[in-house]
Design a protein around this ligand. Structure first.
Ligand SMILES: NC(=O)c1ccc[n+]([C@@H]2O[C@H](COP(=O)([O-])OP(=O)(O)OC[C@H]3O[C@@H](n4cnc5c(N)ncnc54)[C@H](O)[C@@H]3O)[C@@H](O)[C@H]2O)c1
Length: 291
């Protein structure tokens, strides 16, 4: 259902790869709500993924950029403003990648070149995006910028590895830049801390199936899916949330406020009764399987 919440607004969506991507759903919902958009992703992702098809559907462009490259980000903002014939009203940063996770590195044995890359792609790219937008004065007053985060920024979650550090930095950048951009040009900046969601990036997390099941059982409203996340993004891009800034907003069915639920406890009790290797006798290898 459309509420015309973004009628007349123009936005850039970074990070749509395929129809599972959270950014893909945000693009669809933003257009349904009346926005005009451009898309951006790496040249490789545009070649390998389906983002060109999405651009075609919305009669727009998928503008290639490595989000760690300031010049390429400048091109995205300049080209988007050309297409829009004016400034931008909203931006979605939906970008994350950890080479350490991909290579199965243990958190205590990180490869530091890869760690730098994780932070650059998943967090510094947000700073670079905001820096470029401010320098070009590319965002209209009361514009809204949203990046996607995860609760591993605050709590330790088995297997999330160096992405936890990247998300903590991402959320901090939203606050630090939110102060500057808000004071100067009334641009608001927030992060949404989303439930685990089955996407290409999500499937990189070790033990994702168990994580999804656990958070589903722990959350009174259940996990939030990608479409529900897109709906939340739309509200933050809209004028209805014009005084919300510098926040990390949990969109997780209540998970972040829980410590134990009856549904999780029930499952745990079943586990205690079993005669597999999951109890205190598990081997060292078994214990670290998902680190
Ligand atoms: N899936 C989840 O469980 C989950 C939960 C909370 C938050 N998030 C966050 O949501 C965001 C989107 O992830 P998703 O789950 O939709 O997965 P996804 O794999 O569909 O999206 C990740 C995107 O990042 C892009 N990307 C990677 N490196 C890049 C670079 N150098 N420059 C530009 N783009 C680059 C990829 O091409 C891809 O489009 C990420 O920030 C992710 O951490 C995901």
């Amino acid at each position: 259902m459309s509420y015309n919440l973004l009628k007349g607004k123009k936005g850039i969506i970074f990070g749509a790869l395929n129809s599972d991507s959270i950014a893909w759903k945000v693009a669809e919902r933003a257009v349904e709500e009346g926005a005009v958009i451009t898309l951006s992703n790496t040249a490789l992702a545009i070649r390998m993924g389906d983002v060109d098809k999405l651009a075609e559907r919305f009669n727009t462009e998928a503008i290639p950029a490595d989000a760690t490259n300031v010049e390429e980000l400048e091109h995205v903002f300049k080209r988007s403003m050309e297409i829009f014939g004016g400034k931008v009203d909203f931006v979605l940063h939906s970008i994350g990648m950890s080479p350490n996770v991909r290579k199965g590195k243990h958190y205590s044995e990180l490869d530091y070149v890869m760690f730098d890359k994780t932070l650059d792609i998943s967090a510094l790219s947000f700073h670079k995006m905001l820096h470029v937008a401010r320098k070009l004065d590319a965002i209209n007053e009361w514009g809204s910028v949203v990046a996607l985060s995860y609760i591993a920024a605050q709590r330790t979650l088995h297997g999330y590895n160096d992405m936890a550090d990247a998300k903590a930095l991402l959320e901090s950048i939203a606050r630090s830049f939110g102060y500057i951009y808000g004071r100067e040009r009334r641009v608001r900046i927030n992060t949404i801390s989303q439930s685990p969601t089955l996407t290409k990036a999500g499937s990189g997390i070790k033990g994702m199936d168990k994580l999804l099941d656990f958070s589903e059982r722990m959350s009174p409203l259940g996990n939030a899916d990608a479409l529900e996340c897109a709906n939340y993004c739309v509200t933050l891009f809209s004028d209805l949330t014009s005084k919300v800034t510098m926040q990390n907003l949990f969109h997780d069915g209540g998970f972040s406020s829980m410590a134990m639920s009856s549904r999780a406890l029930e499952q745990y009790e079943k586990g205690l009764g079993c005669d597999c290797n999951c109890g205190p006798s598990e081997s060292e290898e078994e214990k670290h399987k998902y680190d």
